[in-house]
Write a protein that binds this ligand. Structure first.
Ligand code: KG4
Ligand code: ZN
Length: 346
């Protein structure tokens, strides 16, 4: 059975995970989030330097937790896109160095496929044909999946403008809440009234695409008008509008496509209210809901190791050591390998 070392550095988290046969053996995470807070968003150069400093300590900690040595590893999986170019490059450089030094194959993984694969660590193998709602800081997509390692990924819908996480981060800024906005809004909205303000639900009845920039502007206009409402009620009402659209479209996608399992993954899937509303709506529609625990929703290394584990089990050819960062890689397959001739040359 293969032991896979996974490395994730696409944004501000340095994540390392060790997975074997769908089981998480060890993991370590280091975040540079606090260093970006005063800029209100991730600064790529600061993130890249932080990855460089955190990489070896994280790898060491993950091995310690797993109780294995580097020589026990059978393969290295690494996020090669999408993400911040300089940040991706530090992870790729580390992964290539381990692959070369240990004489083991390298697997380039699509970051978002990693988010989906994370759920296997908690809930076991994926069903043959699930729908996945990916909600992160950079992406929001509704996907129809087959075998994650083998089949092309079908996009049912995507956001036309802001990603859901991006909307949380921007609205938090408008409301004077700290960065990252998602956890801040999640917290403050907990005891507030989600029905205080009927914010718009964009594109609710038109297909599976999403749009969140109008909602963000509606919150900004509401605040500019000198709202007398408490910040917590504005935050809760905004959050409810996002969640209402996400869960309605996700459930509809399952019903329309005769799919019985919905996965919700990515940073925003850590949101308490989203998990609650999704559970209620899936139960009412007879759909099995799978959402990984919050630590596996936000960026981490275990999810990349989990994706690598699936690729190896499916006999996917490894990537060449020339594997390049692809900052805007489209999500069409879990593995970010170049085409066949390049595989045979590696
Ligand atoms: O998947 P992720 O960790 O990184 C990307 O791949 O983008 O997602 C980060 C996003 C951020 O926008 C953050 O505000 C959001 O996920 N997020 C949340 C929560 N935790 C993180 N949004 C809502 N509620 C949360 N509890
Ligand atoms: Zn992510």
């Amino acid at each position: 059975m293969a032991i896979v070392l996974g490395i994730e550095t696409s944004c501000d988290e340095t994540g390392v995970g060790i997975v074997s046969d769908g089981r998480l053996l060890g993991a370590a995470l280091s975040s540079s989030m606090a260093e970006h807070a005063r800029f209100g968003g991730v600064v790529p150069e600061i993130a890249a330097r932080a990855h460089l400093e955190a990489m070896v300590p994280c790898v060491t900690a993950a091995f310690e937790q797993a109780g294995i040595a580097p020589s026990d590893v059978d393969a290295i999986a690494v996020t090669s896109g999408p993400g911040l170019a300089t940040a991706l490059q530090t992870g790729l450089a580390a992964a290539k160095a381990y692959a070369l030094a240990l004489g083991k194959p390298l697997y380039g993984v699509h970051h978002l496929a990693g988010h989906v694969a994370a759920d296997t660590l908690e809930h076991g193998p994926l069903p043959p044909r699930p729908v996945a709602l990916i909600v992160s800081g950079g992406h929001t997509s509704l996907l129809l999946l087959g075998d994650l390692a083998r089949d092309p990924i079908v996009h049912l819908g995507d956001t036309r403008d802001d990603a859901a996480g991006e909307a949380f981060d921007k609205v938090a800024r408008i409301l004077g809440l700290p960065y990252p906005g998602g956890p801040a809004i999640d917290r403050i909205a907990r005891d507030a009234n989600p029905e205080a303000i009927p914010f718009p639900r964009a594109m609710l009845d038109s297909g599976y695409d999403f749009s969140f920039s109008g909602l963000k502007s509606a919150v900004a206009r509401h605040v500019e008008r000198g709202s007398r409402q408490a910040v917590a009620d504005i935050a809760a009402s905004f959050q409810e509008a996002v969640i209402d659209v996400l869960t309605r479209k996700a459930v509809k996608a399952c019903l329309d496509h005769g799919v019985d399992t919905l996965l919700i993954v990515g940073g925003v899937a850590a949101n308490g209210r989203l998990r609650q509303v999704a559970a209620t709506r899936c139960a009412a529609a007879g759909i099995t809901l799978r959402v990984p625990r919050p630590q596996l929703c936000t960026d981490n290394g275990a999810m990349i190791a989990a994706a690598g584990d699936l690729l190896i089990a499916a006999d996917t050819p490894p990537s060449p050591l020339a594997l390049a960062a692809d900052p805007s890689a489209p999500l069409t397959r879990a593995s970010l390998n170049p085409h066949e001739e390049q595989w045979s040359r590696s």
